[in-house]
Design a protein around this ligand. Structure first.
Ligand code: DGP
Length: 113
């Protein structure tokens, strides 16, 4: 999608600190980290929100979750604990309308707001 900032990151038009990439997924450091570990996982396919995936995206979503687990292990936060979340639309606090999963850890996060 031409005006989507995360599509531009996936296309290499906007720089990001990439931590994982394959043909379907990209993971990169959040520009405004809320914790020592704050990585975003996106599908390269443009899906705007968590409302958009269909049955055909089942494997893709599963791969995103598995990648979150892998990144947490690689960053050394898996045993201490971490949070995986997806914000959806206005009430969910979504700011960038390209589906993304946050992997946040490295400090005591406390209860969900
Ligand atoms: P959300 O509220 O779930 O839509 O969070 C969007 C996140 O995306 C937010 O934590 C900041 C991050 N972000 C926004 N623009 C950029 C960018 O250009 N580069 C990177 N690396 N992260 C960005």
């Amino acid at each position: 999608m031409s005006d989507c900032i995360f599509c531009k990151i996936a296309d290499g038009e906007i720089p990001a600190t990439v931590v994982f990439e394959d043909d379907e997924l990209l993971a990169f450091e959040d520009v405004n980290p809320r914790a020592p570990v704050h990585v975003l996982i996106i599908p390269k396919e443009h899906l705007s929100t968590m409302n958009d995936p269909g049955p055909e995206h089942e494997t893709l979503l599963g791969r995103m979750m598995l990648l979150a687990s892998r990144i947490a292990k690689e960053r050394g936060v898996s045993e201490g604990g971490y949070r995986v979340l997806v914000n959806c639309n206005a009430d969910g606090g979504q700011e960038v309308f390209h589906l993304h999963m946050h992997v946040i850890g490295g400090r005591r996060l406390g209860p969900m707001a």
